[in-house]
Ligand binder design. Structure first.
Ligand code: MLT
Length: 207
């Protein structure tokens, strides 16, 4: 089945700028991360789907049973749907593989895409991510680049979970840079600076 997602898309306008798959946090939508993406990587192609799960009216990319406790069967099925959507998009809009740029719940579905669909993405920026699966697979992630940006004072993500995610990505052969920022769960200017640097773009304006 071809999954279609409500989405926002913008063609690339700068040769060499990495195409970005934007994945919003809980309660966000397809527009949320667009200004950030334009700032950290001007001219990048953008594909930004809206999560299809509603939690008390708030869009998410997969169900959770409680804060930090995921419905893994749903997560796996939703990651499959999102992978199909991205694959179909690339069939009809040829280009380079996308780099995910995900925040919170969006970072967690990005991590799930990397682990469950290796090769779909060229890598990703995972802002405030945790290990999405209790027993992850062992994918071949050679050639995949990942920037993890965690918050030292994040009340939602236990350090053990972000470290477990880093480990499984590294074990698969991904090139992982994991920075623990002086931050909580929310985005900061340092996240933008680190993301812009990692993506190799000069941000138009970093606060
Ligand atoms: C969130 O609030 O979205 C959590 O931090 C992450 C998640 O539930 O995936």
């Amino acid at each position: 089945m071809t999954q279609t997602f409500i989405h926002y898309a913008e063609p690339g306008a700068r040769p060499g700028a990495p195409p970005l798959l934007l994945l919003h946090g809980t309660g966000g939508d397809e527009r949320d991360l667009v200004p950030l993406a334009r700032r950290v990587s001007p001219g990048s192609e953008i594909l930004s789907p809206r999560g299809q799960v509603l939690e008390r009216g708030m869009p998410r990319f997969f169900r959770r049973l409680a804060e930090g406790v995921f419905d893994e069967a749903d997560l796996i099925a939703r990651a499959d749907d999102l992978a199909s959507f991205v694959t179909e998009w690339r069939r009809t809009h040829p280009g380079e593989r996308f780099t995910a740029l995900g925040f919170s719940n969006g970072a967690n579905i990005a991590a799930a895409l990397l682990l469950l669909h290796p090769g779909l993405l060229s890598g990703g920026v995972l802002i405030r991510a945790m290990a999405p699966l209790a027993t992850p697979p062992a994918p071949d992630l050679a050639g995949t680049r990942v920037l993890m940006l965690s918050g030292a004072r994040d009340p939602i993500i236990p350090p053990s979970s972000r470290i477990a995610l880093e480990r499984v990505l590294r074990d698969g052969g991904a090139e992982v840079e994991h920075r623990v920022q002086d931050a909580g769960h929310g985005l900061t200017g340092d996240d933008l600076t680190a993301t812009a640097r990692w993506l190799g773009a000069s941000p138009a304006r970093v606060p």
